[in-house]
Design a protein around this ligand. Structure first.
Ligand code: 5GP
Length: 122
């Protein structure tokens, strides 16, 4: 299966290039974590890859082992730095059209800081 086209003008690519500011939570060689501009919970963090991956399907199939392990560790580290470990948190990565993914650069949402309810509204 061929890789999806990556749009290097997407908003997260621009944040990575420093063209748009963000409030940083954590950074490593492969990842950047920052607060979501329109939080859906008391604490809402986005963890993104520095590599150009469109979504989780692209990342799972094509990222290196180092990038994949760094991404998982970055999620845990960002949640810990934001004080979410004790109360717990939810991670979500929208992938593709059915998920309502809006920004076509792989990202994990971390939601917490308060009870955030069931996985889907009934
Ligand atoms: P998606 O729907 O693609 O899974 O989530 C994209 C997320 O990016 C949304 O929660 C949205 O609020 C966030 N977002 C969009 N533009 C910006 C921005 O310029 N800065 C930050 N920090 N977050 C953004």
């Amino acid at each position: 299966m061929s890789r999806p086209q990556y749009d290097d003008q997407n908003i997260f690519a621009r944040i990575l290039r420093g063209e748009i500011p963000c409030t940083k939570v954590d950074e490593c060689d492969h990842t950047l974590a920052f607060f979501d501009i329109a939080p859906q919970a008391k604490t809402h963090i986005l963890v993104i890859t520095k590599g150009a991956y469109v979504d989780m399907a692209d990342f799972a199939a094509h990222a290196s082992e180092a990038e994949q392990s760094a991404f998982v560790r970055a999620i845990g580290r960002a949640a810990q730095k934001a004080g979410l470990e004790e109360g717990g948190y939810r991670i979500i990565s929208n992938t593709g059209a059915d998920s309502h993914q809006e920004v076509p650069h792989l990202h994990m949402h971390i939601l917490g800081g308060e009870p955030i309810g069931p996985l889907r509204a009934s």
